[in-house]
Design a protein around this ligand. Structure first.
Ligand SMILES: *[C@@H]1O[C@H](CO)[C@@H](O)[C@H](O)[C@H]1NC(C)=O
Ligand SMILES: *[C@@H]1O[C@H](CO)[C@@H](O)[C@H](O)[C@H]1NC(C)=O
Ligand SMILES: *[C@@H]1O[C@H](CO)[C@@H](O)[C@H](O)[C@H]1NC(C)=O
Ligand SMILES: *[C@@H]1O[C@H](CO)[C@@H](O)[C@H](O)[C@H]1NC(C)=O
Ligand SMILES: *[C@@H]1O[C@H](CO)[C@@H](O)[C@H](O)[C@H]1NC(C)=O
Ligand SMILES: *[C@@H]1O[C@H](CO)[C@@H](O)[C@H](O)[C@H]1NC(C)=O
Ligand SMILES: *[C@@H]1O[C@H](CO)[C@@H](O)[C@H](O)[C@H]1NC(C)=O
Ligand SMILES: *[C@@H]1O[C@H](CO)[C@@H](O)[C@H](O)[C@H]1NC(C)=O
Length: 574
């Protein structure tokens, strides 16, 4: 009897599978996948060479529209597999009409990014309707991805209604350990907007170099940058911030302190403890920093606050975003302990946590007085050694960014009432898996067959796009707790990255997060959709490359040309 029932059962599974595939994958797709994408009768329509876009006049939307019109008319994208879609018989598409109900909403955290888009079957116009100009920008990107070929065609009869699940969708880039030119940062922002990412978290300074020109403290970059040509002037910053506005991308500056400040010592040795010391002396002494590049601000010295306040003021003056990132990660006790004034403080029963508290007490009110919400790395309250009492950091004014212990720290932070940005090192760190960078590493000199460090960085292995795509940043949270998770950021720490590899380290893995945070990683039935996403991501990666973004391949080209043939059908069980 068994044989009799199995066949229809498998057949019906097969039918379900086929209909699902049809339901989720179209001949032309948009990345990140829109929340709803209806295209009941796939057809295409020629785009008129006279194609026009009408739109409300707006300081940032107007240049965006010009840019997209140019792209739409000149891109002529050729899909890896030519979409098999018939042309409609109607006259070419002449107009895209954009309407925005509220043109005054500024680009800020939580701004309404929803839009709807329809392309005509017949001879009428295409429409984008959005709540804000920022939503209209998302709609323009979607429209541009529906355009292809030469002569240019557009997917016809499409209706899309779209909005993101998470409001904060970012990329963090460290420009201290290695330098990136302004053009690189602009290209990053451009690629982010293609992926509907909306926050460039700029980790500007660290122990290694201080590339930001702070007008009231010119010596910081003057002496702390890697060189005169490796600095960001206020004019550079303005260019980057404005470019971000024209791409719907906010720029969130981070000045990491009080640790990670060795580079400040070039200008002000007196305010930095353990500056320029060998990071981990032989013998039993503890390391003075998590990696080579030592130095921490000394919270006991008044001069420290003079300099820090100038830096805060000038940075906030340059960056209009309502969020300011104050760092506060990885405070190293041994580094502070090298300083005689701190030794005296500790000898009279002061604790290092009190030192951090002093630093926070003297700097947080300053930032808040400038009308900013502060983001700190989670260490400020979760570090094992040096941390402050959460009662000093009001959840109303402070957002926590988590990077350790995956879902467990996220849970701990939201249950303490904080809004959280997730950048778990186990999932979202793009630098992992490129080996360690310290020299004289004897792990690499072991006989063949023994562990040679496995080429692992501290956070190895490499985070694949699937690892990133499948991570649920609200895993294990109640619905109410999940509401405090405002979004996530992939992070590229730059010990082993600079402009030469930036694109390929970030893309298309950041695209994987972009889709998960925009519309999720599951299909209509609630199943994870990574299998279905593979071909779409490959196609999207090729399109990004054609647009000048050096995204790395995720599969042999053969796999898309032979759809499904590279998949495994053997489930892995743990
Ligand atoms: C484009 O506009 C020009 C001038 O208005 C007109 O002569 C031409 O027919 C138009 N072409 C199309 C394809 O609509
Ligand atoms: C295109 O049109 C032809 C002729 O009407 C039809 O046979 C074919 O199935 C259509 N192809 C698609 C993909 O709709
Ligand atoms: C966002 O804008 C859309 C229009 O695109 C509107 O329907 C929706 O209610 C707005 N959402 C919120 C939360 O205001
Ligand atoms: C296009 O035509 C189909 C039916 O052929 C209809 O269901 C769909 O709503 C139309 N789409 C638009 C955008 O007019
Ligand atoms: C403070 O920031 C909020 C939002 O970020 C803004 O609405 C408000 O106008 C600002 N207030 C001042 C005094 O600048
Ligand atoms: C530090 O604490 C110890 C034990 O609590 C106490 O005996 C000592 O007097 C304290 N020293 C100072 C300088 O406060
Ligand atoms: C920091 O400020 C809080 C609240 O005002 C206060 O209770 C605490 O004593 C201060 N800590 C230090 C080390 O100054
Ligand atoms: C390399 O490490 C060894 C210990 O493993 C040490 O004796 C030696 O001095 C180091 N060499 C350099 C150049 O730092």
């Amino acid at each position: 009897m068994r044989g009799d029932t199995t066949f229809p059962f498998i057949l019906s599974l097969f039918v379900i599978f086929i209909t699902q595939t049809i339901a989720t994958n179209y001949p032309i797709n948009v990345w990140p996948k829109p929340t709803t994408f209806n295209w009941p009768n796939p057809k295409s329509i020629f785009l008129s060479p006279n194609f026009t876009i009408s739109h409300p006049t707006h300081r940032y939307l107007t240049p965006t529209v010009y840019r997209y019109r140019r792209l739409i008319l000149s891109e002529h994208y050729r899909h890896i597999i030519t979409p098999s879609i018939n042309l409609t018989s109607s006259t070419p598409l002449q107009h895209l009409i954009i309407s925005v109900s509220d043109v005054t909403s500024p680009l800020s955290h939580g701004v309404n990014e929803s839009y709807s888009l329809s392309t005509p079957n017949g001879s009428s116009a295409a429409y984008i309707t959005a709540g804000t100009v920022w939503g209209a920008m998302r709609g323009l990107e979607t429209f541009s991805q529906l355009v292809y070929g030469n002569p240019t065609r557009v997917a016809a009869g499409v209706y899309i209604s779209d909005l993101p699940i998470f409001t904060h969708r970012g990329v963090m880039l460290d420009t201290s350990r290695n330098f990136y030119g302004v053009d690189d940062l602009l290209r990053l922002i451009k690629a982010m907007s293609m992926n509907k990412l909306n926050v460039f978290h700029w980790h500007i300074t660290d122990s290694h170099s201080f590339p930001l020109v702070v007008p009231s403290e010119p010596e910081l970059a003057g002496k702390g940058a890697y060189g005169n040509e490796m600095m960001y002037s206020p004019a550079d910053v303005e260019k980057i911030v404005e470019f971000g506005m024209e791409h719907g991308v906010r720029v969130l500056p981070e000045i990491d302190m009080p640790a990670h400040t060795g580079s400040w010592a070039e200008a002000y040795p007196e305010i930095i403890t353990c500056a320029n010391m060998f990071w981990w002396p032989a013998g039993n002494s503890p390391a003075l920093a998590a990696e080579p590049g030592t130095g921490q601000l000394n919270p006991l010295i008044p001069k420290t606050y003079e300099v820090v306040k100038n830096v805060i003021h000038d940075t906030i003056a340059m960056f209009p975003d309502s969020l300011f990132h104050g760092g506060a990660d990885e405070i190293n006790s041994a580094c502070w302990n090298t300083d005689p004034s701190i030794q005296t403080f500790v000898a009279s029963n002061g604790t290092q946590s009190q030192l951090l508290e002093m630093f926070i007490n003297n700097t947080l009110p300053e930032i808040l007085s400038l009308n900013r919400t502060v983001v700190y790395w989670e260490d400020v309250i979760l570090s094992a050694n040096v941390k402050v009492d959460p009662s000093l950091l009001s959840p109303q004014h402070v957002i926590m960014q988590t990077w350790n212990n995956g879902p467990s720290n996220t849970k701990q932070l939201v249950t303490s009432g904080y809004r959280v940005i997730v950048s778990s090192a186990d999932y979202y760190y793009l630098d992992c898996g490129h080996g360690s960078f310290v020299g004289n590493d004897s792990r690499y000199d072991q006989p063949p067959g023994t562990d040679q460090g496995n080429g692992g960085s501290w956070c190895g292995p490499f985070k694949t796009w699937e690892t990133i795509y499948n991570y649920d940043i609200t895993y294990g949270l109640t619905d109410k707790e999940a509401q405090l998770v405002i979004g996530g950021e992939v992070a590229l720490w730059s010990e082993q990255a600079d402009s030469t590899v930036m694109d390929s380290r970030i893309w298309p893995r950041a695209s994987a997060m972009a889709e998960t945070l925009w519309s999720g990683n599951c299909d209509e039935t609630g199943m994870k959709r990574y299998a279905e996403a593979t071909d779409r991501l490959t196609e999207w990666r090729y399109r990004m490359v054609a647009r000048g973004i050096g995204a790395e391949p995720i599969q042999p080209l053969w796999c898309v040309k032979n759809s499904g043939m590279c998949n495994t059908v053997h489930p892995f069980t743990s």
